[in-house]
Design a protein around this ligand. Structure first.
Ligand code: PLP
Length: 419
């Protein structure tokens, strides 16, 4: 690289503009419409820029930083493991995997666990488990999965087909076959979609990306019954709802039902990439040597951190505290709706998976932008909704501060529509 080119490149990393030769400011592929913010440090519910500006993080990296930033016990778990062993591969037994699988099975319906690195991989793995179960049970014709409009299961080609969002599928060739989509929680449509080829029903107990839309307890119970009646597996995508986000360890616990297979990720690693497929022993019976794998899945670093996240979240009183925080937030948001009836249509969600459905005159992007101007981070969602996802251990003080900032943000939107 010539000196002048090096200078241009280094200038490009600080310039917001496209350089003279038309190259974008960064070589990072432009798959995100990112906010122009760079954070260099985090602590609890706060993120800090290089200039020392601090932002209250009520997005939690899209429900990932379940315990906030730089939690001392997570830092300790990661650094202790980092000094010992990073990676060996799944050709060998991994102590941390066996310990975490044991912990997960003690805490849930599950009896078997497969570790991966992300939510999409967990969903993809869950789909494989369900299809393979039917195959190994002598029903190889059952491979189709019923999914729901508004769903989000990830960005791999198969999970995109499962989610069925045309916008995300456009330009990527034929949509993967094997998914039959029906309107969210339309039980008659589910029943009508069940065919001799159906293997499973797959649903998020609360659609996160889809706009914090909840399946009711009755809906989940009815889906469980339909699965039992027709010999289908119930597959839950708890990638966003899991690991304490709704105030229970897993959202389906609110409905008093259990799935056969469940995909989890996001909050599980508290910011370290990790996902998992959980299943009953029966549902997992097809997953024999060679049927699935992952080079990085369940690596010792991920296991050390995720083990500590689960240890903390399952400590007595932790989830009660989350439910208490959620109740306070709900009351504050109800107050906010009364204050801004022209902007906010409804509060949504359970626990700290919270959304505000906006009136049609406002977009989530406007609210996210106004909040950002108040140094409050939120996340947009589908169905004209913004998500408020504070860390599960957010303090009372930070919660109140966040809602005050949110009120000021709505004030900005009200005073300067679409600015
Ligand atoms: C985020 C999310 C996924 C995809 O997770 P990635 O880690 O981005 O692959 C899948 N399902 C749900 C419900 C999610 O919220």
């Amino acid at each position: 690289m010539s000196g002048s080119e090096a200078a241009r490149r280094s200038a490009a990393t600080v310039s917001k503009d496209v350089s003279k030769d038309g190259r974008p400011e960064t070589a990072v592929m432009g798959t995100y419409a990112r906010q122009d913010l760079v954070f260099v440090r985090g602590e609890g519910s706060w993120l800090y820029t290089g200039q020392g500006d601090r932002y209250l993080d009520f997005g939690s990296g899209v429900a990932v930083n379940a315990l906030g930033h730089a939690h001392p016990r997570l830092v300790a778990a990661l650094t202790a493991q980092a000094a010992k062993l990073w990676h060996t591969s799944n050709l060998y037994r991994i102590e941390g995997q066996e310990a975490l699988a044991d912990r997960l099975t003690r805490l849930t319906f599950a009896e078997r666990v497969f570790f991966c690195n992300s939510g999409a991989e967990a969903c993809e793995g869950a789909i494989k488990v369900a299809r393979r179960y039917q195959y190994i049970s002598g029903r190889p014709e059952r491979w189709r999965i019923i999914t729901f409009q508004g769903a989000f299961h990830g960005r791999t080609l198969t999970t995109l087909a499962a989610g069925g969002n045309e916008k995300y599928l456009e330009g990527f060739g034929h949509k993967a076959d094997g998914f039959d989509q029906v309107p969210f929680c339309d039980l008659d449509a589910v029943q009508a979609a069940i065919s001799p080829e159906t293997a499973a029903i797959m649903i998020e107990p609360i659609q996160g990306e889809g706009g914090v839309r909840s399946a009711s307890e009755q809906d989940l119970k009815a889906l469980r019954e339909l699965c039992d009646t027709h010999g289908l597996l119930l597959v839950l995508d708890e990638v966003q709802t899991g690991v304490g986000r709704t105030g229970k360890l897993f959202a389906h616990e609110w409905a008093g039902i259990a799935p056969d297979v469940m995909a989890i990720a996001k909050g599980l690693g508290g910011g370290f990439p990790v996902g998992a497929v959980l299943a009953t022993a029966e549902a997992a019976q097809g997953m024999t040597p060679g049927t699935h794998g992952s080079t990085f899945g369940g690596n010792p670093l991920a296991m050390a951190v995720a083990g500590t996240v689960l240890e903390i979240v399952s400590e007595p009183g932790f989830l009660d505290e989350v439910q208490g925080t959620a109740l306070r937030l709900k009351q504050k948001l109800a107050g906010l709706r009364d204050q801004f009836p022209a902007l906010i249509e409804a509060e949504r969600g359970t626990g700290l998976l919270t959304g505000l459905k906006l009136n049609a005159s406002v977009t989530p992007a406007e609210v996210v932008k106004a909040a950002s101007a108040e140094h409050l981070l939120l996340v947009g969602a589908g169905d004209n909704t913004v998500r408020i996802l504070p860390p599960l251990n957010v303090t009372h003080e930070d919660l109140s501060e966040g809602v005050e900032r949110l009120a000021r943000a709505f004030g900005r939107v009200q005073n300067h529509p679409s600015s």
